[in-house]
Design a protein. Sequence first.
Length: 395
Amino acid sequence: MKKITLILTLVISFYLGNSQAVKITSAQSYLEYYFNKEGDINLEKAKADIDEAVANEKSSIMAKAWYVKGIIYQSIYENKVVLKKFESVDILGDAYAAYEKAINLNDVRFRDQEPLYKNLNGICSYIFNKGIDQFQTKKYAEGYQSFSKLEAANTFFESKAQKFSLPLNDIRNNAALCATLGGLTKEAIVLYENIVAKGTADAAVYSSLSTLYKTDGREADAKKLLSDAVLKFPGNINLLIAQINYFLAEDKHAEAIDLINKAIELDGKNDQLYVAAGLAYDKMSTVDKISAVDKMTFVEKSRSMYLKATELNVKNLNAWNNLGSSYVDEANAIIKEMNVLGSSAADSKKYEELNVKKVAAFTKAKPFIEKALSLDPANDQLKRVMMKINGAIAN
């Protein structure tokens, strides 16, 4: 505060003889009293006088009037007791606007004053912290506005060849994140596209932008961005998983397996990767015109993947369910084969042989479905499968 007081004292001499500066001078005096700890009421009086000064047609074009307003409003923001009395006023935003106005009026006595830009940087720090608070309290749209204001502030500082003190990467990423969480999809896309265009080493930006493209119905853009990102960040597990999901959704199972293997090399303890691999092998086993040998090979590979997932995470419900379902599917395929048999002696013999295999498949499925049911006891579908298994084994 001492530096602000010195600056004010320096500036007073420029305007003492101007009749339009009476309210400005009065506001300064009250501010001095406040700085000298003569009571918060002086800060309120300073605000009243400076508000009147900047509303005056003649004094409103004085850079000093806006500079003093900036200091008064900044001081109010820093005094939480006085700030509560002006909750309906955007004190912080008005302080920023006042400093900017003082600079833009192009008075050489203010335009290039380093302390003025220092004060303005201080206001920007408050806006940054406010944006963080808005994010933490899930006021995402407001947070987006705060961080966007700081991006504009940086542009203003650049236009005046002044140093902006806040981290631009954090500002831009925070603005994009707030926009995303606030449902401002198109605004978030523009922000992330700008970050990518400027160059970033943060792979998460690509992942976020890809997701936003999908949300916006831009599937082709999302896929291309992910493909580029995987090449740019070959060791990023999250980007690999995102592209794996695309391949799985498009039934490109062989491509998915290749990427899953790369992902497992990076994160061999990620049980979800093994579930994804199991799903891919499952899908490959259902492809038309596949040989029985190949089909069984893919089935066994899928089971080994699910089993590995359960070893890594005993609470992986999908792994247990898929593992059990694999044997249930095998039993159901046997049942279909049994249902088309006739009544001949050969068919009866075949029926008995198949029935043994059916019971064996259900028996293998049972402990896995039981485990899945223990993890999700309210799951009605699992309950029905369990009843079918028990019935088949009992008969």
